[in-house]
Design a protein around this ligand. Structure first.
Ligand code: PLP
Length: 366
């Protein structure tokens, strides 16, 4: 095995697993064989050890502090990805006579609704599928049920490149949100949410750990008789340690939270993310050669989707970009074109490099 150096790192636009802060990787590397002087790796110690207890407590506090979480919210580190939450959410909150509202804004929300339908009654309160999910439904379009157990939204649509920039008004019904591809990218009004979940591999850490933030009163809806591992109450009571969690993943989340805090917290993160996205959207809007997929008001700060005049040019763009060390730009097959994922850890210089590349590519091929 050869040793990689930081100068060999390229710009990684992958949608997920995605780029992590270099400082976090270097810190993890420096501690990999000997964590904090204990003579063992994070991957070799018991999840019941004092060393790990400190790490999971700090990771929880990191998320709490960044989001300013009130006392009545619990933070869980589960497994099974965001995809298992598609099932756990309805299993814990739905019943034959208690339905949920789902707003469909992309592939992931459709998958979430599909699992919920297996469990209980689901009302599709709105869908943006018409036009291939390029917009976010307007408030007036939502057919919400005042009696619903929750309203499910996907706050950032990783594949289509749209984002709820402001939560829908849902009255007394709590929002349950899949925030996999934007969690900790900006400040949010947590009180509107009954539950927020996200696979870590986009903005928080490696794959294999899912952060679930759950408001205490939601636990009252949980029916008895669920399988132990799938019952949020069990996970809360056992502080995510009912079974062996992804210890390495939680360790990285702790480091990522420290990195965000040192940068100035979520307000600063949001400013940087807005500035990065603006650079890219301005480049797309500058000429007709590039066409954004998402409507302007719905544009995501995290995943920027765009098309070129032909599929051949799109293929050529992705290929030449990769050769220029701009990796992972090929769009998802359901949208086509290109997608630049520019999560928290993606550096501004990488966006600037892509913008230069776009200008040059258009000059040669436009
Ligand atoms: C990636 C992604 C998922 C799937 O996450 P897994 O952890 O692979 O299950 C779900 N929702 C959104 C919004 C995503 O971006």
């Amino acid at each position: 095995m050869t040793t990689a150096t930081t100068t060999e790192r390229i710009y990684n636009f992958s949608a997920g697993p995605a780029v992590l802060p270099l400082q976090v990787l270097e810190k993890a590397q420096s501690e990999l064989t000997n964590l904090n002087g204990i003579g063992m790796s994070i991957m070799e110690i018991s999840h019941r050890s004092k060393a790990f207890e400190e790490i999971i407590a700090r990771a929880e506090k990191g998320i709490r502090d960044l989001l300013n979480l009130p006392e009545n919210y619990h933070v869980l580190f589960l497994q099974g990805g965001a995809s298992l939450q598609f099932s756990m959410v309805p299993m814990n909150f739905l019943s034959k006579d208690r339905s949920a509202d789902y707003i469909l804004t992309g592939t992931w929300s459709k998958k979430a609704a599909k699992e919920a339908k297996r469990v209980g009654p689901v009302n599709i309160a709105a869908t943006a599928e018409d036009g291939n999910f390029k917009r976010i439904p307007r408030q007036e379009e939502l057919k919400l049920d005042e009696q619903a157990a929750y309203v499910h939204i996907t706050t950032n649509n990783t594949i289509h490149g749209t984002q709820w920039r402001k939560e829908p008004e849902t009255g007394n019904v709590p929002i349950v949100a899949d925030s996999s591809s934007e969690i900790l990218s900006r400040a949010i009004d947590v009180q509107k949410y009954g539950l927020i979940y996200g696979g870590a591999q986009k903005n928080l850490g490696p794959s294999g750990v899912t952060v679930v933030i759950i408001r205490d009163d939601m636990l009252k809806l949980v029916p008895d008789g669920l399988h132990t591992m799938l019952d949020y109450r069990v996970q809360v009571e056992n502080k995510s340690l009912y079974n062996t969690p992804n210890t390495f993943g939680i360790y990285i989340i702790d480091l990522v939270c420290q990195w965000i805090r040192d940068k100035g917290g979520l307000a600063q993160m949001e400013r940087e993310n807005e500035a990065k996205a603006k650079l890219l959207y301005d480049a797309i809007d500058a000429t007709d050669f590039y066409q954004g997929h998402a409507e302007r008001e719905a544009r995501s700060l995290m995943n920027v989707t765009f098309r070129l005049p032909s599929e051949d040019l799109e293929k050529q763009f992705a290929k030449e970009a990769t050769a220029a060390q701009l990796d992972g730009l090929k769009g998802h097959r359901s949208v086509g074109g290109l997608r630049a994922s520019i999560y928290n850890a993606f550096p501004r210089e990488g966006v600037e490099a892509l913008v230069s590349f776009m200008k040059e590519f258009e000059r040669k091929n436009g």
